[in-house]
Ligand binder design. Structure first.
Ligand code: NAD
Length: 258
């Protein structure tokens, strides 16, 4: 029996990176999937990849900064699969800047997606989870949720908020058999780095160049892979972690142990 057989999972921001890798792993583990994101072509491609793995999967085009889109994701999930057991709040953006240099626009955009959309999706799915006797929420935070993030104040602030929301929601809903945890990835090489660089608007970089330039500070001297983060998300989403709630699971190659 696979780990997510009979479960319905929503994966936000499933069109690339950690979201896509998690969607594919969840598909292999028997989940029915609602995949979201703004890029239709990529979303349909991931939907097809999930179906090739034997899963039922639907892509719902959605911008999670828009309340109506979040509602549409949840109503689509209920229409297709009649219940919601797992929510992976993964969609997120990375922005640069210190207290002085961060722009108002970046601050607002980062908080709108990385914080407000997480709350919004939780608010919508918790009543549905209650109806089926429980559920699991996994939020994608960051190692910068637990240590400072140099030169990325809006992003670090947003991920700190995700950590705090994770613990608070875990306490609020533990008695309803709704577990809430966060995965906290360290630097993980995703397609975005090839397209846009580490941050929105920085220069594209290959894995080799990125590691040569900036992995030396990491204990394992390499960046993570999306599949490595996905396996941690699967642990938190499955019964393997049945007594784990309010936890921030660092998957950072030892970075924050230093
Ligand atoms: P990514 O850019 O590949 O993934 C982000 C996903 O969110 C994409 O599918 C993107 O299309 C989607 N998205 C962005 N804005 C959206 C919006 N308004 N509405 C809906 N979807 C939207 O990068 P990733 O690294 O896989 O990021 C996934 C999550 O992992 C993010 O929350 C990020 O903060 C977190 N994270 C990544 C790293 C890393 O090093 N890659 C480290 C720590 C945490």
């Amino acid at each position: 029996m696979s780990k997510l057989t009979g479960k319905t999972a929503i994966v936000t921001g499933a069109t690339s990176g950690i979201g896509r890798a998690t969607a594919l792993l969840f598909a292999e583990e028997g989940a029915s999937l609602v995949l979201t994101g703004r890029r239709r072509e990529r979303g349909k491609a991931v939907e097809a990849e999930c179906r090739q793995r034997g899963a039922r999967a639907v892509f719902v085009e959605a911008d999670h900064t828009q309340s109506a889109d979040c509602v549409r994701v949840v109503t689509s999930a209920l229409r297709e699969f009649h219940q919601i057991d797992i929510l992976f709040n993964n969609a997120g953006i990375v922005t640069q800047g210190t207290a002085e240099s961060a722009s108002e626009a970046d601050w607002a955009a980062t908080l709108a997606l990385n914080v407000t959309a997480v709350w919004r999706m939780c608010r919508l799915v918790i009543p549905e989870m209650r109806k089926v006797g429980g559920g699991v929420i996994v939020n994608n935070a960051s190692d910068w949720a637990v240590v400072g993030g140099k030169g990325a104040l809006p992003y670090a602030a947003s991920k700190g908020a995700v950590a705090s929301m994770t613990k608070s929601m875990a306490l609020d809903h533990a008695h309803e058999n709704i577990r809430v945890n966060a995965v906290c990835p360290g630097d993980t090489f995703v397609e975005r780095w090839l397209e846009k660089g580490y941050f929105e608007g920085s220069s594209p970089v290959t894995l080799e160049a990125a590691q040569a330039e900036s992995a030396a500070y990491l204990p394992m001297k390499r960046f993570g892979r999306p599949e490595e983060i996905a396996r941690a998300v699967l642990f938190l989403a499955s019964e393997d972690s049945s007594f784990v709630t309010g936890h921030l699971l660092l998957v950072d190659g030892g970075n924050t142990a230093q």
